[in-house]
Design a binder for this molecule. Structure first.
Ligand code: T1G
Length: 684
């Protein structure tokens, strides 16, 4: 499949046919180029190009990006369309993204269906529009809109595209509408490349550069895109096109584009393992127990995907509170236009809250999202078991607790799995599906099916303290506290990790979630902690001082106005005190050394997680770190980044750190094996 074509009434119909999303591969480019010659040879009056299925074209086939470019190159194909004496009209039947939008812009006219959208998301893949997008778009929509579209990468719906003069019309039948375009009118349309480009606006460029620096720090593609747009404004179109392509090719083979492509394809590969043969349970009615922030978020995520939800709480007041939280989520989405009024009403109609477990009867899945306490969770599961059909699946949203210990309160422990959502549950894409020692394949298959419907990114995790993500987070924070204790401050650590690419450092992030959560976990682990493992007591001192984070107006930082953080010398002094009591001679850590230690600590922990079989692959570690814990996407994820360091170099550095603390820095056997076999970390 590539490009279908036919002639009717001297009109050429060209259809891009490369399922599932009409990615523009070499065959499609060849087919389009041949269609130009075909139309001219037949002296057609026009060509109408559209996409087969639900998509016009999803852009260049990113699977080809790691290989050498193959002719015909898309810029040349689009120039042939743009310069042909037979005018082309794009009948945009669905999303036209990247090269898809560039095909449409090389046409004389663009007519879109109401469901269509146009976008140039190349920067999300670490590249820029490489087939004339930086030159044609400003000519069509003006400089300001073009800069926003290309540096932001976000699509525009059909009506917004019409208002922006990106397209000429919106029509329920864009192909018929294209056929009906008056021939004289069409003949007067100027080829896009011949349209005048807008004047340079220095202030606008400076403002855009500032916005990009703030929103996408350290990312290269948006800056290159701005430069291509600026340099293309008052230059020969074809000369500028050559430079645009050179810039695209250079970015495409660069580390950030490779990392972003890794994320893109890694997320789409996150599906139920092929070995999972069981069929999922059909889901219509789902029970959620616990209507706090997480439970309400989970309930809304389910309602939004048309499940009937029964939310169980402990008493009338709690039921009322939970209902208000769910209602607020429905209203917020409705107000922001994410759901229509009718959809909001339908959500409310599918929602029921009660303090009676019997109301959950009939649910085929229950998600426990109650207080993070083993006894509470066991009680909830026992009560659910009593009211649900024996075939119903039980799940727990626990962040840390051992689901094997939970399962042993059930008559049939195979029904239980973990479904670890991340707050806010209706927004965060990551879902850890935790497999207990007794969890059935049916339960897991149901978890994966639910993830697919919710458009979550499922990652299978084994049972350990914190599963994958929170176990990595605990090691990350332990390494941070150690650096703090031995010679730094929370703000130096945070600044170092923001420079690495995190939106915020571990201390500011913990102030958001609250220091008491980690404190409760440390107390829970007291009984099983390795007595030989160094324990940093500073965080405990914070709890004694009532510094729990934003919610108490002070944590690692002070928040005098409830918003802006300021450094707190009292907190910095805690390290001096504790280091003194522990007889530690503090040292100065550079930002590089802070980053090195915290990232190596996570890589080593991730290696142990893989070695223990808690995670299935290095790619799964990347999914978790990028989609749940703010690891910079343009670095590809923790293990993709580790690959850029190389196993041998990592092991050598860890062995040096191991001499400092042989317990905390014990080198993972998984890494030793990688280093010995010189294997790629990311491919494990
Ligand atoms: N290249 C290759 N494969 C792609 C692809 C692409 N551009 N887009 C999607 N796929 C695959 C995807 O991996 C998955 O495969 C299947 O299609 C369904 O995707 C020259 C240089 C179009 C909105 O960035 O945003 O053009 O898992 O699960 O949720 O200037 O796909 O089935 O094997 O995402 O319905 C710019 C990327 C490229 C758009 C559909 N274009 N794609 O979403 O399906 S660079 C993009 C999307 C470029 C030019 C430049 C979405 C979608 P599998 P899916 P979906």
């Amino acid at each position: 499949m590539s490009v279908l074509r036919r002639i009717e009434d001297n009109v050429g119909y060209v259809e891009i046919d490369n399922p599932p999303v009409n990615a523009i591969n070499q065959a499609v480019r060849q087919g389009l180029l041949e269609a130009v010659d075909w139309a001219e040879a037949a002296m057609l009056t026009r060509v109408i190009v559209t996409g087969k299925g639900r998509t016009f074209a999803a852009g260049a086939d990113a699977k080809e990006f790691d290989a050498a470019p193959m002719e015909p190159h898309l810029p040349d194909v689009l120039n042939a369309i743009d310069e042909s004496f037979v005018p082309w009209i794009a009948a945009i039947n669905g999303v036209a993204l990247g090269g898809g939008a560039e095909i449409a812009m090389a046409c004389r006219m663009r007519i879109a269906s109401p469901q269509a959208a146009l976008g140039l998301p190349e920067v999300t893949l670490g590249v820029i529009p490489g087939a004339g997008g930086t030159l044609r778009l400003p000519r069509l929509v003006g400089l300001e809109t073009a800069l926003a579209l290309i540096t932001g990468g976000k699509p525009m719906n059909a009506h917004a595209a019409l208002d922006a003069h990106w397209i000429h019309a919106v029509d329920d039948d864009p192909i018929e509408a294209a056929y009906m375009v008056n021939t004289e009118e069409l003949g007067c349309m100027v080829p896009t490349w011949e349209l005048p480009s807008p004047a340079i606006d220095t202030e606008l460029f400076e403002a855009t550069e500032k916005t990009v620096a703030r929103k996408m720090p350290q990312q290269v593609a948006p800056i290159v895109a701005i430069n291509c747009i600026r340099e293309g404004l008052n230059r020969d179109f074809h000369d500028a096109l050559t430079d645009e392509r050179a810039a695209f090719l250079s970015l495409k083979s660069g580390p950030q584009a490779k990392a972003l492509r890794h994320c893109f394809f890694n997320e789409r590969a996150a599906k139920a393992p092929a070995s999972l043969s069981a069929a999922p349970l059909p889901l219509e009615h789902i029970a959620v127990v616990g209507g706090g922030t997480m439970g309400a978020g989970i309930a809304y995520a389910l309602l939004n995907k048309h499940y009937a939800v029964t939310l169980i709480e402990t008493d009338d007041a709690a039921v009322k509170g939970a209902t208000e939280r769910v209602e607020n989520l429905i209203n917020a989405s409705n107000t922001r236009g994410l759901i229509t009024d009718a959809e909001a009403i339908a959500c409310r109609q599918r929602f029921n809250a009660s303090d009676e477990y019997t109301q959950a009867a009939g649910a085929s899945l229950a998600i426990e999202a109650a207080f993070e306490d083993m006894a509470v969770k066991r009680d909830v599961l026992t009560q659910l078991e009593a009211v649900l059909d024996d075939s119903a699946i039980l799940s727990t949203n626990t962040s840390y607790l051992n689901i094997n210990e939970m399962a042993d309160c059930l008559k049939d422990p195979s029904r239980l799995m973990g479904l670890h959502f991340f707050a806010p549950a209706h927004i965060m894409k990551l879902l850890e599906i935790v497999r207990g020692e007794h969890t059935s394949d049916t339960a897991l298959a149901t978890g994966y099916a639910l993830a697919k419907t919710l458009r979550k990114i499922p990652v299978l995790a084994g049972v350990c303290d914190g599963f994958i993500g929170n176990r990595l987070l605990a090691r990350y924070r332990e390494a941070a506290d150690t650096v703090f204790m031995d010679g730094s401050t929370p703000w130096e650590v945070d600044e170092a990790m923001v420079e690495f690419g995190y939106a915020m450092g571990p201390y500011e992030a913990q102030d958001l979630s609250g220091l008491d959560i980690a404190f409760a976990n440390r107390r829970r682990q007291d009984a099983t902690r390795d007595p030989n493992r160094r324990y940093i007591p500073i965080a405990d001192r914070m709890i004694e001082l009532g510094k729990l984070g934003r919610k108490t107006g002070a944590g690692w930082y002070r928040y005098p106005d409830g918003k802006n953080k300021i450094e707190d010398p009292i907190v910095a002094d805690l390290a001096l005190e504790e280091a003194h009591f522990a007889g530690v001679t503090r040292t100065e850590y550079s930002a590089d050394e802070i980053r090195r230690r915290l990232v190596l600590a996570m890589i080593n922990e991730a290696a142990d997680i893989l070695d223990e079989g808690i995670a299935q692959s290095a790619s799964d570690i990347d999914l978790v770190t990028v989609n749940g814990y703010g690891f910079p996407r343009w670095r590809g994820g923790l293990m993709h980044y580790a690959d850029s360091l190389g196993a041998e170099a990592i092991v050598s550095q860890l062995q040096q750190l191991e001499t400092e603390d042989p317990v905390a820095w014990k080198v993972s056997p998984w890494l030793l094996r990688c280093a010995e076999s010189d294997a790629s970390i990311a491919d494990q």
